[in-house]
Design a protein around this ligand. Structure first.
Ligand SMILES: [Zn+2]
Length: 117
């Protein structure tokens, strides 16, 4: 169940090099990357809207970014939980707790700062 998705960031037009970053597994967990400033799903949405970023699934298929409506429909496949346990990210200390592991972001998406597939 669910498919892993990856973003290709910082692509070089000269040599083709890029950074592959795990977005997460659809219908399940969003992978956040505090080292890249990605603390919650909303941060990913902003990055994925960039024209310089491409999105790929685990089978090597590129998701087209032409239609932002389609992209957002796809993004909404992620598991969203009732927001009863949402961390208060406004709390300046909350980001220190990210190392503890999984939590729900402000929009109720299940996110994790740990590696998984
Ligand atoms: Zn290069």
């Amino acid at each position: 169940m669910g498919t892993n998705y990856y973003a290709h960031l910082n692509g070089c037009t000269k040599c083709g090099r890029y950074d592959e970053v795990h977005i997460g597994k659809s219908k399940r967990t969003v992978r956040i990357h505090p080292d890249l400033g990605i603390y919650e799903f909303a941060d990913w949405r902003k990055i994925l809207d960039s024209e310089s970023v491409t999105i790929w699934d685990e089978y090597g298929t590129r998701l087209e970014l032409d239609s932002s409506i389609e992209v957002h429909g796809w993004l909404d496949e992620w598991q969203r939980w009732p927001t009863v346990e949402v961390w208060a990210l406004e709390d300046p200390y909350a980001k220190d707790y990210l190392s503890i592991g999984d939590y729900l972001d402000r929009d109720g998406y299940h996110v994790s700062s740990h590696d998984f597939c």
